[in-house]
Design a protein around this ligand. Sequence first.
Ligand code: PRP
Ligand code: MG
Length: 212
Amino acid sequence: MRNVHLLPQTRQLRALHTVVRDRHAGLDAFVLHSRRIIRLLLEAGLDQLPFTEHDVTTPVGATYRGLRHATDVCAVAVVRAGESMEAELRDILPGVRIGKILIQRDKQTKLPHLYYSHLPPGIADGHVLLLEPMLATGGSANAAIDVLLKAGVREERIVLVDFIAAPEGLAAVAEAHPHVKIVVSSVEERLNEHAFMVPGIGDFGDRYFGTT
Ligand code: PRP
Ligand code: MG
């Protein structure tokens, strides 16, 4: 899919996934290895933003033809699971502004319900990293994107940062919001009858925050 950026499927990445997908993973190991994957995703997400040329002089007096980010970026976390990505993002961008959108998927209908949103002022002027680790049906992500669009953010300035995604979820976002860019560390086989991804990782929010 045109706007989907899948992380390189290295053996190292698979080793990290092997820890977090194990149903017997302890909370410490789950959080540590998830955070290492999240770091890779955020760096890949930042790579989707525009750059301008910026030269620097190196210690040996040579010119390095470099780049730097050309626009303002803020983040919006879809509560609750999206908050798992905030600590890594702050390590990379210490002063980053982070908005919140509280969306919960109804346990029976699997449909997303929007409860609350609070976005940084001026969000429409720059790019937005939308933090939403799980893209199952894509309903929650699409609802969150709608909130951003209503706030004036341009669709092509949204980078959706997903831990894992189902083909169904990727297709749903691509259809509703074709200009949104997506970075993801794994594309799963399918959704099961409970709208959980297979092989998947279970309920990411519950596992990350220790509420299983
Ligand atoms: C889960 C997950 C995503 C959403 C994905 O959230 O964290 O937000 O479901 O499903 P979808 O693509 O089918 O909409 P959940 O509502 O279970 O809450 P949580 O983030 O608090 O764990
Ligand atoms: Mg969620």
